[in-house]
Design a protein around this ligand. Sequence first.
Ligand code: PGA
Length: 257
Amino acid sequence: MSKALVVGNWKMNGTITDALKIVTGLEHHLKAPMDCAIAVAPPFTALYSVGVALAETQFRLAAQDCHWEDKGAFTGEVSPNFLKDVGCDYVILGHSERRHLCGETDEVIGRKLQGALRNELTPILCVGETADERERGQTEAVVEGQLKRGLAGLHVKDLEHFAVAYEPVWAIGTGVTAGPQQITDAHRFIRNLLAKLYDAPTAAQIRLLYGGSVKPQNAGTIAELDGVHGFLVGGASLTPAEFADIVRAVEMASRKR
Ligand code: PGA
């Protein structure tokens, strides 16, 4: 299993000036080298400046989305090749806001995964059910469908550098975190499904992150849960002191393992 991973998804927040302030704060709050991998995903327009500011630090650069093609007549889109060029190591794909607000389907997300992998970006594939789906008892079916359709066409070797983020839609930006049992169950389900779709060693090395209202107050408990290998953090990642506390919680949990 690779190191635990903590990713800050800044969403559509931050001019270049704002982004650089966050970077300064992160460097201040996380001076000591951490054992876990840490990445930030600023808006596209701030990637270059943040990348320059983070060069030679322990922070890696992530993007929030990409197109599936490397180049061409796709007005307004951003190529995975350009993300590599600007210094990204990771790309978040299939975030619930893209699924629900931009109508992204699993098939589209699957093509994006292939584009990311072709460009040696580590994808962070987001999956998760809505509140309605959970109430109807469809959590596993929904997550299974998202994974099966999204991963169709990917081979074992594609999953060497890969992370899946379980993000229940009802927990994103709401202040409501999934309970420990709900998280453990979902992560176990995802791990078992990956083992069925590929094989157990491949499934075992894929990092499973949790996302949805992760805060310094709950990060310690969740980070210690079985099968949780880090976080995808939204709101709290915009406040360097909070993000740093979350990173430290993941670091502590990894040390206890
Ligand atoms: P949140 O967002 O931490 O603000 O709930 C998580 C995410 O959208 O990845």
